[in-house]
Design a protein around this ligand. Sequence first.
Ligand SMILES: [Zn+2]
Ligand SMILES: [Zn+2]
Length: 267
Amino acid sequence: MAEDESLTDSSSDPNPNPCPICLAPVTQDSYLDRCFHKFCYNCIIRWIDVVASKQSCASSSLKCPMCKTENFSIIYGYDGTSFQQHYVGKSLGNSEFFSGAHRYRLKCYYTEPGDLADKLHVSRHWKCRKYLQQNHFLLDWLRREIQALMQEEDVDIIVHHILGVIESLRSDWLNNSRISTEMVQNEFRVSVSEAVRPFLTGRTERFVNELELFLASGLNIDAFDRVYIKHLGWKVDEISENDDEEPLEHIPVVSCLYFLDEDSDGN
Ligand SMILES: [Zn+2]
Ligand SMILES: [Zn+2]
């Protein structure tokens, strides 16, 4: 019904956020995937070409012309539920490890989760001290999440780092029953954010929210995906297009490996 409302409604402020490359109003909003800086689609595509022409070998990432963050793709054509993605250099989006499930998770990061936190009982997770229980699906969930966000296959170092941070927090909390719910939740958010910010930059806060959702849900990966997708009104088969013979749920075999003792000799 509304036709091109977004294009016409700019009466009061003539040009609030021009494209940093052409300095004109942005045409066809396009975002770099990690720092979220916005450009015209044509401008940033041309920028990639210019940078590539000055390099001796093809690169799969692009330094943002604004903030110098390394980005891997351009997000464009976002219409509220879906978007297009242009990968810098080689097409990582078609790499073997990057499954339909990775694509779906990446898509979630560009979508408002609405009241999913209530639906998955995030506050109860903290109030009822459910965080003291170990989540056996966390390793696999983290791996998929970080792979999707960084568009890199080998993310084990980061995943183990996050697990180590979470387990050492849990061990502290187990030994300190008088710590308040607010302090626990805050400690969790601050510590995990610090651990992932060097890798996830602009997506750190959303990642921590997603991690809270997953932990609070108490669900395995497959069930979590189903609840999530249903909540967003997406189709379930969209996520398994490329790997339909392989179920999304993987039961990890590392249950106790990352549980650190108080006097663990961290590194
Ligand atoms: Zn432009
Ligand atoms: Zn940037």
